[in-house]
Design a protein around this ligand. Structure first.
Ligand code: AQP
Length: 330
């Protein structure tokens, strides 16, 4: 079975974008791949997080992973800091990466361009930690949303450089981007990605939003004055986003969704979209409520930690031996 690895950073409550662009796919992939899915808690703290709040986000995220259908018997689900080798390999890989490479990362460049004053060093170097998260487990594939593709490409460059410099050590992973759902946009600003850290939550549907909140947010989604339901992300980003959301929720093609709803007025179309999102999230929310206060979370993380740690310890030893960091007799 080929191996696949991915993670989510719960720096806030998980969004519909996280579900459609990541979690829904992970659940499907566990049928055919050996899945490693981790909670990227170190990545959360590249910006300040209120400690009690962060703890809640982390627990909620594990509960949502399970509620979505990730099965701890088939997939390895673990917390990044339960495997401290990630941070150590992250430092080693940062010594095999260049400032020029990190300066080119779009997320970093965007923040600099927006004049973000207090960027942390961790935010700047997080792509090298992400490379460690991935390369530690030699996955064949890394399923990610559109925005993370560049980081997987950097990971490949770092792995190739390391392999050439020392000898083959890391598998070179492929990013796996979905055809639909790879970039769910904000409902209020549909030219921007739907993000947990959005300054306003009007455009963001959280996985735990109640049906009436979802209806309200979808009803006030930004559209256009054309009045036609068609997929045209340049001229009709809002309507196209809703089409994409429906297509991904229902595993349909964009064309089929347009065909099915093209006769509707925007108001009725929005109501349909809201119903489909509610139908998608409601069963997950019901399971989440059963899981979030149960021991299943601790039990899942403990089993995941044991399995991930065994692999990570071996990999880190190999890497350190190759670099010459050990002083043991041969
Ligand atoms: N809007 C989205 N559409 C499709 N995929 C998405 N993903 C996130 N948002 C969308 C995918 O979910 C996985 C985990 O992402 P993440 O939460 O770890 O990081 P992120 O992409 O930086 O998410 P946010 O919500 O935008 O976080 P903040 O606001 O904290 O920076 C990834 O595969 C991601 O592509």
């Amino acid at each position: 079975m080929k191996r696949m690895l991915s993670g989510i950073k719960p720096s806030g409550e998980l969004t519909l974008g996280n579900y459609l662009g990541a979690l829904k796919r992970f659940v499907a992939f566990q049928e055919d791949y050996e899945m490693f899915v981790f909670i990227a808690n170190l990545h959360c703290i590249t910006v300040y997080q209120e400690p009690a709040q962060l703890k809640t986000y982390l627990r909620n995220a594990v509960a949502l992973y399970l509620a979505c259908g990730l099965d701890p018997q088939r997939s390895t689900i673990f917390l990044q800091t339960d495997v401290p080798e990630h941070a150590q390999l992250g430092f080693i890989l940062s010594c095999n990466s260049y400032l020029g490479e990190l300066n080119r990362m779009t997320q970093y460049k965007d923040k600099v361009q927006q004049g973000e004053g207090a960027l942390t060093v961790g935010f700047y170097t997080y792509p090298t930690l992400m490379a460690a998260d991935i390369l530690m487990y030699d996955p064949e594939y890394v399923p990610v949303g559109d925005d993370q593709k560049q980081h997987v490409e950097l990971t490949r460059d770092i792995a190739e450089r390391f392999n050439n410099r020392y000898s083959p050590t890391f598998n070179i992973p492929e990013p796996l981007i979905a055809k639909t759902g790879a970039r769910i946009m904000s409902l209020s600003e549909p030219t921007k990605k739907m993000s947990k850290s959005d300054h306003s939550d009007k455009g963001v549907i959280y996985m735990l939003d109640e049906p009436n909140i979802i209806r309200k947010k979808v009803r006030s989604a930004t559209t256009d004055s054309l009045g036609i339901i068609q997929f045209d992300p340049i001229n009709q980003p809002g309507i196209s986003n809703l089409i994409q959301i429906i297509a991904t929720c229902k595993d349909s093609s964009i064309e089929d969704v347009v065909e099915q709803y093209k006769h509707l007025q925007y108001g009725a179309f929005k109501d349909e979209a809201a119903n489909i999102i509610i139908d998608t999230l409601s069963p997950i929310q019901a399971r989440y409520k059963e899981i979030v206060h149960s021991d299943l979370i601790e039990q899942t993380l403990l089993e995941g930690k044991e399995k991930a740690h065994r692999i990570a310890r071996k990999k880190l030893e190999k890497v350190q031996r190759k670099i010459g960091l050990e002083i043991k007799k041969k």
